[in-house]
Design a protein. Structure first.
Length: 175
């Protein structure tokens, strides 16, 4: 990734992470700016293949994150932020960012679960979610607390986790 793309990606995810921590929302203007810059700058740097890389990164992110959103396990801002990350980083870098973000998100979730003494309830919910999905049913329909929009849902500011995962990937890839 060219230095300019790394810099813009860093600024984008830092801003999104701060917004998500403070307001639990990631502004559309920020996500859209990342998508437009990703498409434009990748085209500028790599011409024809750059457009393909940016679009593939964006589509890969949507393929992973949209189902999570549809199951009510993630907010739309998180989906759009990852789309912007994909457009800026391209598919290969996005995959690395996704893996690190998933590992960090899992670790943060476990810490939150144990700090709030929700381990038993969470593990029972995971079993319930798997059961409902295997029967092609939406888990949040039967248990509203599984909907991320519900006040009783155990929520994590995923935009902040995406920021940490992106920055960790850029640091590790630059070594």
């Amino acid at each position: 990734m060219p230095l300019l793309l790394k810099t813009i990606l860093s600024i984008l995810v830092l801003a999104a992470g701060v917004y998500d921590l403070r307001t639990r929302k990631i502004p559309n203007w920020l996500n859209l700016s990342g998508i437009v810059l990703g498409l434009g700058l990748n085209t500028l740097f790599a011409h024809g293949p750059g457009v393909s890389l940016a679009v593939c990164g964006l589509l890969f992110s949507l393929a992973v994150y949209v189902p999570l959103y549809l199951m009510r396990g993630m907010g739309a801002g998180d989906v759009k932020l990852m789309a912007a990350v994909g457009a800026l980083a391209g598919p290969q870098n996005w995959l690395g960012i996704f893996v690190i973000t998933a590992l960090l998100g899992g670790a943060c979730s476990l810490i939150l679960i144990f700090l709030r003494r929700q381990a038993r309830r969470t593990f029972l919910n995971v079993g319930f979610i798997l059961h409902e999905l295997l029967h092609a049913r939406m888990p949040s329909h039967a248990r509203p607390q599984l909907d991320i929009r519900n006040r009783d849902a155990l929520r994590l500011p995923h935009g902040t986790v995406i920021a940490a995962g992106s920055l960790a990937y850029l640091f590790l890839a630059g070594r």
